[in-house]
Design a protein. Structure first.
Length: 97
């Protein structure tokens, strides 16, 4: 039964709590703030983060989750930051469009 709850969004799934997760680490890159917010999923840490920037007086955010999972939190944080930097380098402000 818990499988079905997770599949259809019921219960207290940690994945649904990522929006309120406190960033494990933040870095600034080219005027963007990249926050690593990995969360525990199936005994490992899921790569997850937020890229944000103030544009024309409005704070814009782009949340991302990747399939990469790691046994240790530090590895997940490092990769989340690297993925955020990659997004900024490839897309810049288009990421918010």
């Amino acid at each position: 039964m818990s499988f079905l709850k997770k599949l259809f969004g019921g219960g207290n799934s940690e994945a649904t709590e990522t929006g309120s997760a406190k960033p494990a680490k933040q870095v600034e890159h080219k005027g963007f703030l990249i926050s690593a917010t990995p969360y525990k999923a199936e005994g490992q840490y899921q790569t997850c983060g937020v890229v944000s920037k103030e544009v024309d007086g409005v704070m814009k955010e782009h949340r991302f989750i990747r399939a990469d999972r790691f046994a240790g939190l530090d590895d997940a944080v490092d990769i989340s930051i690297k993925k955020g930097i990659q997004l900024v380098d490839e897309q810049g402000e288009r990421i918010f469009g």
